[in-house]
Structure formats: structure tokens, C-alpha cells
Design a protein around this ligand. Structure first.
Ligand code: CTP
Length: 436
């Protein structure tokens, strides 16, 4: 967050007061906060109290001549790294979805190409109304992110359900994951447009009999977050997911599989791709012989012994493809000790370009949790990222991969150009060298 510029648009709802805490926390993290308030927002908190916290004037009026002389609403968006609307009321959401620009807040948003986060807050019936849900779907399809609303008691007595604005910590986690905040500072939107990204996620289930299976604790949260980040960066995304308790990300082509063998076949069917990210916790073994009927406990008989055989290594198979290998093949290493050493060994043994290593010991709470702290292990060295939300890891990783893909394109063309220049200068020698 340090030195990032957040544009906060405060909408008119009772949750507007929570923005005071949000501003205070963002500033503690070193972010600069600029605020636009709608007319309705000013019924709940005053521009004076907001500007006391931001240390800047608060923008309220589209027709403020001083600002317009400096193309006010364009500048407000251009100078921000990310924009958050909180509380995003049903009316504001409808206006943004419809492309309205009849006040300063909506004009700023319509004129913006920056990453946008909405924190809805409204009465549960308004949130669940098909009109609001339609607008939310439209905005999600446009690449807008949402945080919340949460379930709970509303300010109105006796009202409960989904509609409470997310808490400050949630808003900050979601902001941390925004393109332009999490990544290199460049706007991510469109950085992978025209690219195909294949991602595996979640565990695999290896059947023992028709009712039992071998599994692991992977939740799929990190893999799904990467799929969402890649889609938001403009990529065509194929997500191949083992059994998880997560919704299919919108705008992502999600294929459901159960076993490692099914996952391997699905990956083969999804290629070619520019980038392949293998985030799934694939079961290393499967039961050698599956039985068609449920194994029964026979009285006095010994417990059954399971004979296991090794599953195909999907990452290794794809990384070693002679033709059609994705330009970037990324593996994950879930380790409980010597994280970097094991990851480096995996980088070599699997033949991939990058390993994202994480410590999954029980104490870290990574498996199934919402936060992660990872190390990027490449052939050039390691980078360790501080602990952050899995969404933030995903956004930062996609940003990193987009940059590396761009670099490899550059390197390839440089190599080609050098070759052409050499061929023009010394055609015979080049031919000879090629023959030997
Ligand atoms: N992987 C895979 N297919 C497998 C096993 C693993 O594609 N059959 C991928 C995972 O998706 C991950 C990487 O390989 O990207 C590392 O997986 P991990 O289970 O940590 O490593 P293993 O190779 O299984 O080694 P070990 O279990 O001994 O740590």
C-alpha cells in the first residue's frame, strides 16, 4: 500500500461512517487517499471530517469551475492507482452498470480505466433484487471487483441478511489484491489480452471403491484466485478444477475433474496455452485396482491393504513437451520444511520455468485459509513476498507472469533479429554452423 494512491468514492448509506476508519487505516499503511463524496454521502458524514483525515480537500461537485479548468474528473481517475466505491449503494451500482455520468462520482468512474472495487451496502431485499443482481453480474463481466456484502443485522431494526458493508480489514485485503496495488504498479487490465492461460486448482480425489476416496486438504482458493486474476488481466482462462467448495469464477471456462488422470487428460485437451499454472494438489498415488462394489468389513477378516500406484505427473509432462509447450510453465511447491531447497529441487526435476513455493505446515493455516506467504523460485534466483491475501498473491503472480511473458517475447524477437543480422552479414558461415 505504501505510496499507492487510492481514490475513495463515498456513496450515500449509513455505512459511510466506516469510511473514516478505512481512510485512517489506509494512511497508516502509507497510502495516499483522495475522496469524492456523492451528495447523499454528505447526509451521513461531512466533507470536513473526511478532509481532516485525508489531509486533502474532498471533491463533491461536478461543476466546480476550479476543478474543471484542470479537467477535474479525468485527473481524479488518472492520478489514482485504484478506485474503491464504499458504500456502493444499489443506486450507485445501477448507475455505474448503466454508464451514467450525472454527478462527479459517476463521471469519474465513466472516465476511468483504473481497477475498480465496489463495497456494496444496502438493505438485503435491495441486494437480492433481480435488478441489483443483474447490475452486479454486468459489472463483474466488465472486470469490476466486489468485496462483500456480508450477512448480518442491518441498521434498520429487525432487518437481517446480506447487505452489510465489508469490514475495514476486508476492504484493505481486497484493495491489496487490486491490479496496480498488488503488482508492479502498472495497470494490469488487458496485460494478458489475447493470451490463453490454463490453470489447475484444488485437490484430486482418487477412488478406493464407489464410496471412499483418497484426498488432501487443498481448498482450491489459491488456484481459483489465480484464474480470476488472469481473467481480469484480459486472458482467456481455462480452469481445471478438482472437487472444491467454490463457485466457478465468472468469465472463466471451468472444467470439473475428480482424479489425477482426468486432470491430466483435461489439461491435454485445454492446450495450447501461453501460460500454464499448476496449482492443484494432485494426489501422488491412486489405488492400483479399484473395486466396483463397496468394500465390506467381513467378520474376523484382516483390514484391507491398499496397493497404490503413482499418478501421472501433469506438471512434468507439460513442462517437457517437445512441441506445444506453453511459454511459461509454473508449478507450486507445497512444503512443510526446507521450503526453498525443496522448491529449487522441484524446479529442476519438473523442468518448469518458475515454482511458487509455500509453507503448508499446519501452523501457517495456508491450506484452506485465505492468506498465503510465498517465494518465487526461478532459474535466476528467489523472491520472497510478504504474507498477503490469496487474492493479492494471485494478482501479483499474474502481474509477474505478464511481465515475464512480455520479456520472453522481447528476448525471442531479439534472438531472431540477431540471427537475421548475423545471417545477412555472413550467410555461408551461418549455413555451415547450422549443418554441423
Ligand atoms: N503436480 C502435478 N501432477 C502430480 C503431482 C504434482 O502436476 N501428479 C504438480 C502440482 O500441481 C504442483 C507441483 O507439481 O504444481 C508440485 O507438487 P507437489 O505435490 O508439491 O510435489 P510432488 O512432485 O508431488 O513432490 P512431493 O509430494 O514429494 O513434495
Amino acid at each position: 500500500m505504501k505510496n499507492k494512491r487510492i481514490l475513495l468514492i463515498i456513496g450515500g448509506g449509513i455505512a459511510a461512517y466506516k469510511c473514516l476508519d478505512l481512510i485512517r487505516r489506509l494512511r497508516e499503511f502509507g497510502a495516499g487517499v483522495r475522496v469524492v463524496m456523492t451528495r447523499a454521502a454528505q447526509e451521513f458524514i461531512t466533507p470536513l471530517s473526511v478532509s481532516a483525515l485525508t489531509n486533502e480537500r474532498v471533491f463533491t461537485d461536478l461543476f466546480d469551475l476550479d476543478d474543471e479548468r484542470e479537467i477535474g474528473h479525468i485527473r481524479l481517475s488518472r492520478e489514482a492507482d485504484a478506485i474503491i466505491v464504499a458504500p456502493a449503494t444499489a443506486d450507485l451500482i445501477a448507475k455505474i452498470a448503466g454508464g451514467h455520468a450525472n454527478d462527479l462520482a459517476t463521471s469519474v468512474l465513466l472516465a476511468s480505466d483504473k481497477a475498480l472495487l465496489l463495497a456494496p451496502a444496502m438493505n438485503p431485499r435491495m441486494w437480492l433484487n433481480p435488478a441489483t443482481q443483474r447490475n452486479v453480474c454486468q459489472l463483474e463481466a466488465d472486470g469490476v471487483r466486489f468485496v462483500g456484502p456480508e450477512e448480518g443485522e442491518m441498521a434498520e431494526r429487525g432487518e437481517a441478511g446480506p447487505g452489510r458493508m465489508a469490514e475495514t480489514s476486508e476492504l484493505i485485503s481486497a484493495l491489496e489484491a487490486m491490479p496496480g496495488i498488488a503488482g508492479s504498479g502498472k495497470a494490469l487490465l488487458g496485460s494478458l489480452s489475447g493470451k490463453h492461460v490454463v490453470i489447475t486448482s484444488g485437490p484430486t480425489h482418487e477412488p478406493i471403491d464407489p464410496v471412499r476416496y483418497i484426498a488432501n486438504r487443498s481448498s482450491g482458493k489459491q488456484g481459483h484466485a489465480i484464474a480470476i486474476a488472469a481473467q481480469r488481466a484480459g486472458a482467456k482462462v481455462t480452469l481445471i478444477s478438482g472437487p472444491v467448495d467454490l463457485p466457478d469464477p465468472s468469465g472463466v471456462d471451468t472444467w470439473h475433474v475428480e482424479t489425477a488422470t482426468e486432470m491430466k487428460d483435461a489439461v491435454a485437451g485445454a492446450l495450447p496455452a501461453d501460460i500454464a499454472v499448476f496449482c492443484a494438489a494432485v494426489a501422488d498415488w491412486k489405488v492400483a485396482e479399484q473395486v466396483g462394489q463397496k468394500i465390506k468389513k467381513a467378520k474376523g477378516a484382516p483390514s484391507p491393504t491398499l496397493k497404490l500406484v503413482t499418478n501421472p505427473d501433469i506438471l512434468k509432462t507439460v513442462a517437457s513437451l517437445k512441441s506445444g509447450r506453453p511459454k511459461l510453465v509454473v508449478g507450486f511447491a507445497a512444503e512443510t520444511e526446507k521450503v526453498i531447497d525443496h522448491a529449487r529441487a522441484k524446479l529442476a526435476s519438473k523442468g518448469c520455468d518458475l515454482i511458487v513455493a509455500n509453507d503448508v505446515s499446519a501452523a501457517t493455516g495456508v491450506m484452506g485459509g485465505d492468506r498465503n506467504s510465498v517465494h518465487l523460485v526461478t532459474h535466476d534466483g528467489e523472491i520472497s513476498w510478504p504474507e498477503m491475501s490469496k487474492d493479492a498473491v494471485a494478482a501479483k503472480l499474474i502481474d509477474e507472469l505478464a511481465l515475464r511473458l512480455g520479456d520472453s517475447k522481447l528476448a525471442e524477437s531479439t534472438k531472431k533479429k540477431r540471427g537475421q543480422r548475423r545471417a545477412r552479414a555472413k550467410p555461408k558461415k551461418t549455413k555451415k554452423v547450422r549443418k554441423t
